[in-house]
Design a binder for this molecule. Sequence first.
Ligand code: SF4
Length: 432
Amino acid sequence: MANERVICSGCSLLCDDIIIKSDGLYIDEVIGACLKGKERFDQATAKNRILNPLIKKDGELKKVTFDEALEKTLTIIKNSSKPLLYGFSTVNCEAQLKGIELASLINGFIDSNSIICQGKVLNTAKETGLSLTTIAEGINKADLLILWGANAAESIPRLLNKVLFSRGKFRMTGREIKTLIIIDPVKTASFGVMGVRDIALQIETAKDIDLIRVLKEYCCKADGIPDAGVAGIDKDDLKRVLLHLTGTENGIIFIGQGLLKSQNGDNVIKELLELVQLINVKQEKGRISVIMLGGHYNMLGFDHVALSNYGKNHSLQFSNHQLVETPDTIITKIEKDDFDCSIIVGTDPISHFPTQLSKKLMSKPLILIDNKQTATSYVADVIIPSSITGIENGGMVYRIDHIPLNLKKIINPPNNVFSDEEIIKKIIESLE
Ligand code: SF4
């Protein structure tokens, strides 16, 4: 039984220090992963695994051969003039590229989960600029970590182990010189790691933009912070936050879902990125950077693949096999009923989307490429099972700090199921 060092694809941190013991057929032991990562490796033999192609017949999903499922997929696509493709954040970059090629071939619209997550930050950054950093910088040099609307302890479980509790190469000390600030309306599990010098700010719901505006206004002034505080945060805490923001040598703001889903929409991100720029201009001895905490392990990959190949990181509409301008996103396309079938890859929109959107998706033929049962698999018309990336097939992925990594294949997939890339390639070849 060989020991092997592999990357965990349980979340977008893509920890590269996991040891597995495997005989090449099964993974017998996983060492170093968090519970979420362990579950990811266990998915290979999980009960909710989809191992056979399925087609809905008389309202029920029935097992079929791969060729039958492919045939049904082709029939749906050929009868469609406005196909939607969505998901692609839990597949490798090679499959993402094939997905976009398929969208181009069938004159479809393609979007990834990023559009409702960290893609919002990237879009806003086109106007404001973006100061990025890496996890290695966080480990080795960070002295200020801000979790903003981010419950890292549960969503990216080993993030704080790495960046907060580590002892950096370039510093004599570790946790004791690192200040953690958490800004969240909810007292999440992440508050549990706070030490005496850290700052917990339980902000009033949807008031993040008010706090950012005050920080923008007063980060260049020595005094004048409002006595009443702002958004439920008192004057003293505001002062402490400002001192840290303007005095840090290497500060990182982790932007979480809580901030992305703020009632103030994209403005809150715009104002936050402007605050970062403002401080960095004023800062003489250091800088502040931003890391977006996308959950799915290769959500960033789609942005990179789409941007580098097509000049646009999301919401790609093809007509006559050419990319055309569109103001639409996956959400507006479904809202407007501007589609006649959907191809969903590695995601579960029926659970994630609001009910009215899920109902619209369910009302048209739905093809699913995935490896586990979800609410979407129960309503799909065709399901083609895929192998698990990072376990049963390899490929390139992007970590949360935009570092590309190569996942290895560890074991063979059961039932010889194909990878996402192979499945999409077979669909393309059959259509050409
Ligand atoms: S933090 Fe994420 S990548 Fe690291 S072991 Fe846990 S699930 Fe895997």
